[in-house]
Design a protein around this ligand. Structure first.
Ligand code: F6R
Length: 606
């Protein structure tokens, strides 16, 4: 959600900033801008639109200079427009500032600043920051930023440059991510690591309240308490190749096809024939724990819904799943006898982070399943399982979902082992089956690709459709509908199959697509009855089923068959055609697949 980039070095800043913003574009893409200092001349170019628009402007007016900051925006306060784009400047044009997050008290601050004579040219909360800086700055930027910190409420990662100190970038983080990259005779700043992998793999991740000063040959970090501290440098195990499309037309397709590798990598790390390793789960476990809460948002939440079935079945524990943004509004029964599983690809989702903090404040132990080690969620949790999916660039999450399911399968087995709910022979069978999953995922992708294209040709002509299933299949249906909505902009709704007849069936008429999911043999006859109800009203039914689940395929207009699989692990196969259906439908409709309208990766605002 909004991307920040910064460069201090000996090469042209403009080029570096533009390249970095391209890598960050998935965090927001409704407007962009950069500020580059040429000695004491502050040059700012910004505009509404994608980065191509900014590049066009810079072709007409290229910026000289070796230090600068940039921003790609996902609008919160104020429509996408040239004026609302970042960087923002103070009345004198001395400072330029970019920001990610939300300043909750900006209205009162703005009123005070206007009363003091500052004139504003945008509707953003961010502009308040730069005028406030102008107001309090007495010649010492660090002191001024600390004063800002005291006055601000909300979340912010910000970078600021001053034309009187043209060799420095100042950065400050409070509840929004910001990383510093270290280079040879140059240093960098970004909202996340993938943006900088072309330049470095050495990072310091800013903690809340930390302030940094970057120069081309030096970085200084100051703790929240104001003391200068040593940078805590670590080497990322991601590399620049991972953030390229590698011949695929879209990142989403590349990431769909990466799923066998991702699941293989996870299993190699956490499982062998004799045991589920996962020491993180063993460490956090205590015999007094008698229930689990899973909390997450969006796709991660839907993986949690599948996880509930798995954990309940394998570990024989009551499991609740709650959308993170709702958790605080409900009575919860979290305490030291509960374990909270927090799931997040980015590790920065503000709602999920708030849920994590709530769980901890109630005494619950927190296990995070995240794809971003070093993220806020990873650092706040008591223990962390690294999802090892590699950088996910497409806004629509695919490989992280499969990684989450796999991690949940493994967690379920580990808890089953710790609670002695599973006999050793059963555990052995499960472990063997899991080790075969990567091959099955590859086989499934090969098997369903063509039929998904065919189904997508039909779906593209329909403005509304339904996904149905029972039990675990309903959890999968929810993910199928979300994927389709977010990238193809067609309306899709998921329903427990048995629930259609209680109202929604009224919307089914001639030709309305209904995608029915079947992975559980025991539920087939019941879901089939619901399919018949749809057919009787003229609906067109596309089945997605694991081999051996359904014998009579006559009922269906199209049948997409997956390799046979233990019902427990079928989710990781079933999601593949759901992702491909969404992808090909969006492709048919010429949608912006990797960067769907109105959305952004890493949702760092509540
Ligand atoms: C949908 C999607 C979102 C995210 C959600 C949580 O395709 O990507 O629904 O799943 O915003 O994000 P993370 O997992 O980063 O917490």
């Amino acid at each position: 959600m909004c991307g920040i980039i910064g460069y201090a070095g000996k090469a042209g800043a403009e080029k570096f900033l533009l390249q970095g913003l391209k890598k960050l574009e998935y965090r927001g893409y409704d407007s962009a801008g950069i500020a580059v200092l040429d000695e004491d001349e502050m040059q700012v170019v910004k505009c509404q639109g994608t980065l191509d628009e900014l590049e066009n402007r810079l072709r007409q007016k290229s910026l000289r200079g070796y230090l600068g900051i940039g921003h790609t925006r996902w609008a919160t306060h104020g429509v996408p427009s040239d004026d609302n784009s970042h960087p923002h400047q103070d009345c004198q044009g001395r400072f330029a500032l970019v920001h990610n997050g939300i300043i909750e008290n900006y209205q009162s601050l703005k009123a005070e600043l206007q009363a003091a004579g500052h004139s504003f040219c945008s509707e953003t909360d961010t502009e308040v920051l730069v005028h406030l800086l102008e107001e309090v700055h007495q010649g010492d930027m660090i002191a001024a930023l600390r004063e800002l910190q005291e006055k601000l409420a909300g979340s912010y990662a910000l970078a600021v440059v001053d034309n009187r100190e043209p060799e420095k970038i100042y950065a400050l983080r409070q509840a929004s991510p910001l990383v510093i990259g270290l280079g040879e005779q140059e240093n960098y700043l970004a909202s996340d690591m993938p943006a900088l992998l072309n330049a470095t793999r050495k990072f310091h991740i800013l903690e809340d309240g930390e302030l940094a000063v970057l120069k081309e040959d030096e970085i200084s970090i100051f703790s929240a308490a104001g003391e200068e501290i040593e940078a805590d440098i670590f080497q990322a195990d991601w590399d620049a190749e991972m953030v390229k499309k590698q011949g695929y037309e879209h990142f989403m397709l590349k990431e769909i096809y990466e799923q066998p590798t991702v699941v293989r990598r996870l299993l190699a790390a956490y499982l062998d024939r004799d045991q589920v390793k996962l020491p993180e789960v063993a460490e956090i476990w205590g015999d007094e724990i008698d229930r689990v809460l899973i909390t997450a948002c969006g796709t991660a939440y839907y993986s949690g819904l599948v996880g509930r079935h798995i954990l309940e079945e394998l570990a024989n524990l009551p499991v609740e799943v709650e959308i993170s943004s709702e958790l605080r509004y409900k009575k919860n029964f979290l305490d030291e006898n509960s374990l909270t599983l927090v799931m997040s690809q980015s590790g920065e989702t503000a709602d999920t982070l708030a849920a994590l903090k709530l769980a901890r404040s109630r005494g619950s132990r927190v296990l995070a399943l995240t794809n971003t080690i070093g993220s806020s969620i990873a650092r706040e949790a008591d223990a962390v399982v690294d999802l090892k999916a590699g950088p996910e660039i497409a806004v629509a999450s695919t490989k992280a979902y499969s990684a989450m399911l796999t991690a949940l399968y493994l967690t379920g087995l580990k808890l089953g082992e710790l609670r002695a709910t599973l006999p050793e022979r059963e555990l052995l069978t499960y472990r063997r089956e899991l080790l075969k999953l990567p091959e099955k995922i590859t086989a499934a992708l090969n098997r369903v690709e063509d039929s998904c294209r065919e189904a997508a040709d039909y779906l593209k002509n329909h403005s509304s459709m339904f996904f149905i299933g029972r039990n675990l299949d309903y959890s999968l249906a929810l993910e199928g509908a979300l994927k389709l909505k977010e990238i193809s902009y067609l309306h899709a709704e998921a329903y427990p199959a048995g629930e259609l007849k209680h109202g929604t069936l009224a919307l089914v008429e001639e030709g309305v697509p209904v995608i029915a999911i079947f992975t559980r043999r025991g539920l087939v006859s019941k879901t089939l009855s619901n399919v018949k109800e749809v057919k009787a009203r003229g609906g067109r039914v596309i089945a997605i089923a694991t081999a051996g689940t359904i014998e009579d395929k006559e009922e269906f207009d199209q049948f997409i068959e997956l390799p046979a699989c233990n019902e427990l692990w079928a989710g990781v196969l079933t999601v593949l055609p759901l992702q491909l259906l969404a992808y090909h439908t969006a492709h048919n409709l010429n949608c912006s697949i990797d960067k769907p309208r109105n959305l952004a990766k890493s949702v760092t605002v509540e």
